[in-house]
Write a protein that binds this ligand. Structure first.
Ligand code: ADP
Ligand code: ASP
Ligand code: MG
Length: 419
């Protein structure tokens, strides 16, 4: 096929280009892979160029992680990346085979071959550059380019991964680099809902969201889109369409804030059980203590999230913070050292916490939201352990066992099932 070079934005050689990303459940078994191949071929035959990003099949990434922990108490991050990237390699090859069987040309690429260049932080590398020339060439040659999500090659030429859920980021980064007309994120639900539809069956699908609203939903636990992918989409103005690979119906658009876009007071209630809480007890209340604690954690690349320091009594105070569960064992090491350095009496940690958040741009001008949230949780006998607020979100840390109850009660109380 000969094409004229150039063409309008959102095209390669004048043909419209879409990036389609398929998550783990979308390619969980051979039947799913063939269904996805059918859809890609149909998109191609409608006249679009297609670049595909895939995740590892089903629970492969979890299984590989568990396998690593069977041979090592603290697996080397570099080797973990080498191991985990093998999951996506399986899916790209199988998907290409299925597409080729259907009479279309398809070529698979690892993250490195696709030109995804990252920094050198293993397990949560950041994309620093996308050199998409090979993908452009493949597409110009009439092929569907199928790229392994969640992985790249570092500036030091090592294989890296982008953190769990990172295939979303790969897809958005490729859509930006290729100037795609949109980035379709195919998953196992029909879009972004007012709460996780697996927890709240009556949750409502949102039709359109601004990047800012989606950022807050993602930041507080709506794992339907990885937070980094939303940041990337906002920074590069990539139009994202989250939709189902099971029903193929239209889903949720995430786009730039538009004039006249309506904002609900609350766009959603989210939950997150991926964090743990550490409390440093009875630290002397004097300048420099918090600085010392959080510098030491930062130096170990531990992502601290919420922080609460109590009012001091008799010159001593407790400092609590939340952090990803996977960073907990490294944090314990830091805390043992810190306890002596800052003269604390000790520290405790709790892995069984969860965070429930209300997110919504309209909250800014509706002062009663926090009060209602606390009343609802009280009515459900849910104890609030920590609270943090911003102008458009309120988060409460509660016991993990109370999360489902809390999410359902809040969704109900704020009548989120209604448009
Ligand atoms: P994939 O493997 O396709 O990347 P994920 O499991 O990462 O899929 O993300 C999809 C899941 O996100 C859904 O199955 C759903 O349970 C969960 N989820 C959490 N919050 C929301 C929400 N607000 N809207 C839609 N899905 C949500
Ligand atoms: N397979 C990786 C994960 O399970 C990346 C992804 O699916 O986005 O986190
Ligand atoms: Mg995901």
């Amino acid at each position: 096929m000969v094409r004229v070079a150039g063409g309008p934005p959102g095209t390669i050689d004048g043909v419209s280009l879409v990036v389609q990303k398929y998550g783990g459940t979308s390619v969980a078994d051979p039947d799913r892979i063939m269904a996805v191949a059918d859809h890609i071929v149909a998109t191609r035959r409608e006249g679009h160029d297609v670049v595909v990003v895939v995740s590892a099949m089903g629970k492969t990434t979890d299984e590989l992680e568990a396998l690593a922990h069977e041979v090592s108490a603290m697996p080397s991050p570099r080797e973990m990346d080498m191991l985990l990237t093998s999951g996506e390699r399986i899916s790209i090859a199988l998907l290409c085979m299925a597409i080729i069987d259907r009479g279309e040309h398809a070529v698979s690429f690892t993250g490195s071959q696709a030109g995804i260049v990252t920094d050198t932080t293993h397990r949560k590398a950041k994309i620093v550059e996308v050199k998409a020339d090979r993908l452009r060439e493949a597409v110009s040659d009439g092929a569907v380019a199928v790229v392994a999500g969640f992985q790249g090659v570092s500036t030091a030429l090592d294989v890296t991964t982008l953190g769990r859920g990172g295939s979303d980021t790969t897809a958005v980064a490729l859509a930006a680099a290729l100037g795609a007309e949109s980035c379709e994120i195919y998953t196992d639900v029909a879009g972004v809902f007012t709460a996780d539809p697996r927890i709240v069956p009556g949750a409502r699908r949102l039709e359109k969201l601004s990047y800012e609203e989606m950022l807050d939903l993602a930041a507080t636990g709506s794992r339907v889109l990885a937070l980094r992918s939303v940041e990337y989409a906002r920074n590069h103005k990539v139009r994202v369409h989250v939709r189902s690979s099971f029903t193929w119906e239209p889903g949720t658009w995430i786009v730039e804030e538009e004039a006249g876009m309506e904002h609900a007071i609350i766009s959603g209630v989210t939950d997150d059980t991926s964090e743990a809480k550490i409390t440093l007890e009875q630290v002397p209340d004097r300048p420099g203590v918090a600085a010392k604690v959080f510098r030491a954690l930062a130096d170990e690349a531990i992502n601290v999230d919420m922080i609460v320091q109590n009012v001091s009594t008799e010159g001593h105070t407790d400092i609590s913070f939340t952090l990803p569960k996977e960073d907990l064992s490294r944090a314990h090491k830091v805390m043992e050292q810190l306890r002596e350095d800052v003269d604390a009496t000790g520290f405790t940690s709790d892995e069984h916490i969860g965070r429930v958040s209300l997110v919504g741009a309209g909250m800014k001008t509706n002062p009663g939201v926090a009060a209602t949230m606390f009343e609802v949780l009280a009515r459900e006998s849910v104890n609030i352990e920590m609270i943090s607020t911003s102008s458009i979100r309120i988060s409460c840390v509660v016991q993990e066992a109370d999360v489902v109850k809390a999410v359902r009660a809040l969704h109900d109380a704020f009548e989120l099932e209604k448009a």
